[in-house]
Design a protein around this ligand. Structure first.
Ligand SMILES: Cc1cc2nc3c(=O)[nH]c(=O)nc-3n(C[C@H](O)[C@H](O)[C@H](O)COP(=O)(O)O)c2cc1C
Length: 211
């Protein structure tokens, strides 16, 4: 095993340190966040969208420090509604390209070639073709010790491709071909290893057959 103490880590070139630290927490979700601002629509890839609670339904995401313009963040602050759209294998190259720093007046939808999808429920776009589309609205924000911002959002509505939805509302990411992200540049396909019944101390581990 290689060992990195906090001192070793500090001595690494900053890019390599970021590459390592970004990846050690494992594979993270891969989503496109779509917003609307005064200059038009905006679309950016995010790997920090995470489940925070289901009652009320709450998601969170982490924004980098506000030392430069953050269009997604400022659009959410100004307009409240935004959408989270799962990325599939077929969407990866274009989704990755949304991380480029386009000027405020340029919509990443046009720049990378995603089709915006508008619904009557909101003024913000969804990403056409994404199998999981979530309409969210700003709830709170918390500044972390490194000046990153944890933004929390309530879920207003969810659209899911029925091919990945079971009768018990289990969402099968393998069927939907959604991907995960390692670090900031590695995209992984998903494969279901299995589902397991609720674990109890006095019962054997049980695999659920139905998916
Ligand atoms: C794979 C990947 C994941 C990313 N995840 C985040 C993230 O969770 N939070 C963040 O602030 N930026 C993240 N970024 C960077 C944004 O995508 C990038 O800064 C983008 O230009 C933001 O655009 P905006 O200014 O239009 O919001 C990520 C970039 C990549 C390539």
């Amino acid at each position: 095993m290689n060992v990195f103490t906090s001192k070793n880590l500090q001595a690494l070139p900053s890019r390599e340190r970021a590459t390592l630290i970004n990846a050690i927490s494992g594979i993270r979700s891969a989503n496109l966040i779509a917003t609307r601002g005064d200059a038009g629509t905006n679309l950016s890839v995010f790997n920090s969208v995470t489940h925070l609670g289901s009652s009320p339904a709450l998601l969170g995401m982490v924004f980098r420090p506000l030392s430069v313009e953050r269009h997604t963040y400022s659009n959410i602050k100004n307009y409240k509604d935004f959408t989270i759209n799962a990325i599939t294998t077929a969407m990866v190259p274009k989704a990755h390209q949304t991380s480029a720093k386009y000027p405020e007046g340029v919509s990443e939808f046009d720049a990378v070639g995603f089709q915006p999808l508008f619904r009557e429920e909101t003024h913000v776009p969804f990403v056409e073709g994404s199998p999981i589309q979530v309409l969210c609205t700003y709830s709170q924000e918390h500044v972390l010790e490194n000046q990153c911002i944890l933004l929390t959002a309530s879920i207003k509505a969810i659209w899911i491709d029925e091919r990945g939805l079971s009768k018990d509302h289990f969402v099968n990411h393998e069927q939907l071909q959604t991907v995960g992200i390692g670090g900031l540049d590695a995209y992984y396909t998903t494969r279901l290893e299995g589902r397991y019944a609720y674990a109890k101390p006095d019962q054997p581990t049980t695999k659920i057959n139905q998916v």
